[in-house]
Design a protein around this ligand. Structure first.
Ligand code: TXA
Ligand code: MG
Length: 363
């Protein structure tokens, strides 16, 4: 299949171009499109046939439910069996935006969107292109992240083409995504609500509205995980990822030393090593590196951004992981970041990408 690439201006997208993409969706085709978080792979959420093709194109496990995207709040009552006052107040505060609400689903939602579940995740993205595309399609749009299953989520149209080019009808290119990590998934069918996946809206922001909120740590209810997507390895580049902790947060000198030491070990064993470190850590490591740096060109440092700006680190996280693949590294050492604000989503993605490979102080 030839994948069409539709380029649009994210601020004022050409209606005629979006109408062509919307027509593909309305006819049951697959269209990838930008949102404020990551690129989504869209299909008509009311059609089992269209939704089935998403799973096929991504190679996604059948039991991992999809998020349904709407362009107005008025679309929600058709999709949900009940909308609690708590859900209403969260929509008031965070929509359009990176918050997915898990609610009881209606029969309008195609069964394959959330197989075996009584619920559906719904969100209204804060992105002009996404909103207009969904509006023109005239149907709610089921859309997982537009990566091949298991890979880092795409934050540019080029990432989508790398993974899904030739497997889907079209990609709408609206430039890079701003948030860079996916939406926060919040189950509001339980009290207090549970964060199933940390994301673009922080735990602290939700607590501002709700008071208490619980973060799911992968627990199961009746023998099945609450968040089916969480049981799979995810966000993973080709290289092996290790998350490296180094004593007190914010100690750039210690972090730089530990990352350099570990990298030198892997490099001695013949690996090409990528290090993802904060700007602060990078600076301290550059300051202390001698001329006789043993690991030489077998170690590549990438600047993740400043620790004082965690949203900026999130914005480039997946792109940085993919860049290491382009650079051909075998091992990625990722510095551990503080788990406050956007740090919770960043660490969730890094730990999932690592598949549990963690290097901590005592190791
Ligand atoms: O930012 C985002 O959320 C992006 C953009 C495209 O909107 N979408 C996205 O979708 O990240 P996906 O499919 O990659 O991740 C959806 C997550 C999975 O972890 C899935 O298990 C969870 O949401 N999820 C979806 N529906 C659910 C439901 N009914 N119950 C529990 N978890 C659900
Ligand atoms: Mg995903």
């Amino acid at each position: 299949m030839n994948t069409a690439l539709f380029k649009v201006d994210p601020e004022s997208p050409d209606e005629r171009v979006l109408a062509r993409a919307a027509a593909i969706l309305a006819e049951g085709g697959l269209v990838a499109f930008p949102t404020e978080t990551v690129y989504g792979l869209g299909a008509d959420a009311t059609s089992d046939r269209a939704v089935a093709r998403i799973f096929e194109a991504k190679g996604r496990p059948q039991d991992n439910p999809l998020i349904v995207h709407v362009s107005t709040r008025d679309a929600v009552p058709r999709l949900a069996r009940e909308i609690s006052p708590i859900a209403e107040s969260l929509m008031d505060r965070f929509w359009p935006g990176p918050l997915t609400l898990v609610v009881r689903k209606s029969t309008v939602v195609a069964g394959r969107v959330s197989p075996g579940l009584d619920t559906v995740g719904i969100r209204m993205p804060a992105h002009r292109v996404a909103l207009r595309l969904i509006g023109l399609a005239g149907v709610p749009v089921a859309a997982p992240s537009a990566n091949a299953s298991g890979r880092p989520s795409p934050t540019t149209a080029a990432h989508v083409m790398q993974d899904l080019g030739g497997r889907i009808e079209a990609v709408v290119d609206g430039g890079p995504c701003g948030v860079g990590v996916e939406s926060t998934v919040l189950d509001v069918t339980v009290t207090p609500p549970i964060i199933l996946r940390p994301g673009g809206v922080t735990k602290e922001e939700i607590e501002d509205v709700l008071g208490a909120v619980v973060v799911d740590r992968g627990g199961a209810v009746d023998g099945r995980p609450r968040s089916p997507g969480m049981k799979y390895r995810h966000y993973a580049p080709r290289a092996r990822v290790y998350v490296v902790y180094s004593g007190p947060q914010g100690d750039a000198v210690t972090a730089g030393m530990r990352l350099s030491e570990r990298a030198a070990q892997f490099a001695r064993d013949g690996s090409r090593v990528g290090i993802l470190a904060s700007a602060e850590t990078l600076q301290s490591a550059a300051g202390s590196a001698g001329d006789d740096e043993p690991s030489g060109d077998r170690v590549i440092w990438l600047d993740a951004g400043s620790e004082s700006d965690l949203p900026a680190i999130a914005a480039h996280l997946f792109d940085n992981l993919r860049r290491f693949d382009d650079l051909g590294v075998d091992v990625i050492l990722a510095q551990a970041f503080p788990e406050t604000g956007m740090g919770l989503a960043i660490m969730n993605r890094l730990l999932r990408a690592s598949g549990g490979r963690v290097i901590s102080d005592g190791d």
